[in-house]
Design a protein around this ligand. Structure first.
Ligand code: NAP
Length: 256
């Protein structure tokens, strides 16, 4: 047990199961003394996430589909009632239609493009707007991105474009919210086997490719992603905003 987040309250969006990056982040936050609120999307996930919330000792486990404004408003009220103020938010959410992660990018439909943008990029803006008033004493917002935002990764396609928008949202939000003492950053994580990742065709070969070429000659561990989120959410990260921090065993520096 540490105390990097002692006395701080945090909201974590995007725990689906024990493989989720958000689950590792939640465990690291609890280890360092944070009080947690976690959310699930709809009834389908309720039982699983309530069970995980109980294991974490979460103060609040509630439903929130980030595409629904009224659910975001309810989340803000519940957080205010539970904590009064909020110190940290982790946005670990993305979605694209499975067929858009396997067929040629040129074939992306307008509806597939828009849903990827809405859930994976715009939701950082709507979540930030919903929580900002609870961060009157400052705070940290962290989202999860991937290298496909800035390089072409086979089959990542529409999600790469959404991550590019997400990283731009990080910069605009950081610029606007900085005067309120709110920092906004992204972690660009190397590939980790999760439910979302498995939707990308050929995902397993990505793991092999990274392990053979990354400077550290392995993939990033989700616990390493969690520790980076901890750094950004804690006072250790107080001088960092608008940044994309790569936690990928160094893979992104390689040209060949
Ligand atoms: P995950 O466990 O499948 O998490 C994705 C989460 O997004 C799920 O909890 C999912 O909920 C949630 N979500 C989707 N649509 C939502 C909506 N409308 N409202 C609320 N929640 C919604 O996969 P993950 O890999 O940990 O993904 C977390 C983040 O890390 C994503 O942004 C992903 O792009 C990013 N990332 C992942 C990797 C990787 O290799 N795994 C690498 C870099 C970045 P449901 O399950 O209920 O739909």
């Amino acid at each position: 047990m540490g105390n990097l987040l002692e006395g701080k309250s945090a909201l974590i969006l995007g725990i689906a199961n024990r493989w989720s990056l958000a689950w590792y982040i939640a465990q690291a936050f609890v280890r360092e003394g944070a009080r947690l609120a976690i959310t699930y999307q709809g009834e389908r996930q309720r039982a699983t996430v309530e069970e995980l919330g109980a294991e974490l000792g979460a103060a609040l486990v509630t439903s929130c589909d980030v595409t629904q404004d009224e659910e975001l408003a309810e989340l803000t009220s519940s957080l205010e009632a539970a904590f009064g103020k909020l110190d940290a938010v982790v946005h670990s959410i993305a979605f694209a239609h499975r067929e858009d992660l396997s067929r040629p990018f040129l074939e992306t439909s307008k509806s597939g493009y828009l849903v990827a943008q809405e859930v994976s990029a715009y939701s950082l803006v709507s979540v930030s707007r919903a929580v900002a008033r609870l961060m009157a004493q400052g705070g940290s917002i962290v989202t999860l991105s991937y290298l496909g935002a800035v390089r072409v990764v086979p089959n990542y396609n529409v999600m790469g474009v959404a991550k590019a928008a997400l990283e731009a949202c990080v910069r605009y939000l950081a610029s606007e919210l900085g005067s309120s003492g709110i920092r906004v950053n992204a972690i660009s994580a190397g590939p980790v086997k999760t439910a979302s990742a498995r939707a990308v065709q050929g995902f397993s070969s990505m793991l092999d490719h990274v392990a053979s070429r990354a400077p550290l000659r392995r993939n990033a561990d989700p616990a390493e992603v969690a520790d980076a989120a901890l750094f950004l959410a804690s006072d250790l990260g107080r001088g960092v905003t608008g940044n994309v921090l790569y936690v990928d065993a160094g893979y992104q520096i390689m040209g060949m």
